[in-house]
Design a protein around this ligand. Sequence first.
Ligand SMILES: Cc1cc2nc3c(=O)[nH]c(=O)nc-3n(C[C@H](O)[C@H](O)[C@H](O)COP(=O)(O)OP(=O)(O)OC[C@H]3O[C@@H](n4cnc5c(N)ncnc54)[C@H](O)[C@@H]3O)c2cc1C
Length: 405
Amino acid sequence: MPDSHYGVIIVGGGIVGLAVALEITHRFPHLTLLLLEKEDRLGRHQSSHNSGVIHSGIYYKPESLKAKLCVAGAAAMVEFCREHSIPHSNCGKVIVATSPEELQPLEELRRRGEANGVPGVRLVGSAELRDLEPNAAGLEALVVPSTSITDYAAVCDKYAELTAARGGTILTSAEVISIKRGADEIIVETRRGAFSADYFINCAGLFSDRISRMAGDEPEVMIAPFRGEYYDLIPERSSLVRALIYPVPDPRFPFLGVHFTRRISGRVDAGPNAVLALRREGYGRTDFNLTDLASSLAFPGFWRMAAKHWRSGLDEVHRSFSKTAFVHDLQQLVPEVREGDLVPGGSGVRAQALKRDGTLVDDFQFVQSGKMLHVLNVPSPAATASLLIGRAIVDMASRNIGLAA
Ligand SMILES: Cc1cc2nc3c(=O)[nH]c(=O)nc-3n(C[C@H](O)[C@H](O)[C@H](O)COP(=O)(O)OP(=O)(O)OC[C@H]3O[C@@H](n4cnc5c(N)ncnc54)[C@H](O)[C@@H]3O)c2cc1C
C-alpha cells in the first residue's frame, strides 16, 4: 500500500526535474507534488558537474527546441540569477578558427547565431581577437557577447528552496526501484517507501531510459554516458585566459570540443573531452559497471555508432590517458599553455540519447505515454535552458497527459 498520494510525482532532483517542479508549483499551486531523488542531496550529477556556462544558443539548428529554449532560456537564467543574487558574470566568449578549413564552419555558426536571434555576434580577425584574449591564436573568431557563467549547483538549490516554499515535497535518498500503473493511479516504490500519483514525470538524467522501461515503456533510445574530463590552470597561469575560449566544433558530434572556461569562482579550467564511459555515473577513468557495460553492448545502436566513430572514439581515449595529447589540442587555441600549467581537475558524465540506428539524438526529446512523460534527451545546453525546459514540459504535460490542478 502506498504511504501517501500526490497529484504528480517527478523522478530526478537535477536541474531539469527541479525546474519542472518549480514550474508546476507556480502554475498549479493546488496540485500536490513529490520529487524523488536517489542521492542524499540534489543536483549531485550532471547539474553540478558541468562547465557552468550560460550558453547563448549560437550552435543549434534554427527552429530546433535547443535553439528556441536556449536563447530565451539564457535570458531567463541571467534574470533568475540577478533576482535571487546567484553569482553570475556576463563575460562573453570567443569561438576561434585555427585553420583555413574552419573558416567556412565559423561563418556557418555566425549565420546560425543570426537566425537564432543571438544578440551582438560578430566576426573578428586575429588582431581584434588578441585585443579580447591576448593569448588566443586564430585566423578569425566569432565574438559572442551574450554568453555568461554561473554556478548551476547554486541554481538547483534555489529552485528547490522556491519549490518547497510553495508546498512541493522533495525527498532525497529515495531511489525509485519499481513503477506500476494501476487502474487510475501510478504507484512508485522507493527506498524510502511507496507513493502513488495521478501523473508521473521522469527526469532521471543518466537513468531516464531505465526509468522509462521500469514504467513499462520502450524508450527506443539508450542513454550513452560520455565522460568529460577537465584540467585546471594553476593560479599563476590563469591570466592566460580572460573569459571563454572555444574551438569550432566538429559538426558530427553534439559536443563543443575542449575549451577554456573561466569559472564564477575565478578558477580557469580546460576541457571537457568526450569519452564513452563504462559506467553511467563513472567519474574516474577506470570506473566500470557490468550492468551499464552489458546494456550498452546489447543495444544495436551502440555497435552502429562504434562502427561509424571508432577512430575518433580511440582518439578521445588516447587524449584521456595522455596529458600531452590533451595539451596539444589546447595549444591550438592558446599556444602559450604548457603541460606544467595544468593539473587534473574534475569530470562530468553527459547523458546523451543514442538511437537504434547508431545516431546521437540531436535535439531535446520529451516523450508522452498515458499519464507519464519521459524526458529522454536533455544534454547541454539544458542547464542554461532549464527554466524554459520546465515550462515546455509542463505545457506538454497539461496538453497531453492532462496534468491539471
Ligand atoms: C561535462 C559537462 C559539461 C556541461 N556543460 C554545460 C554548460 O556549460 N552549460 C549548460 O547549459 N549545460 C551543460 N551541461 C549539460 C547540463 O549539465 C545537463 O544538461 C543538465 O544538468 C541535465 O540535468 P538533468 O536534471 O536532466 O540531469 P541530472 O543533473 O543528472 O539529474 C538527474 C537526477 O536523477 C536522479 N536519478 C536517477 N535515477 C534515479 C532513480 N532511480 N530514483 C531517483 N532519482 C534518480 C540522479 O541521481 C540525478 O540527480 C554539461 C554537462 C556535462 C556532463
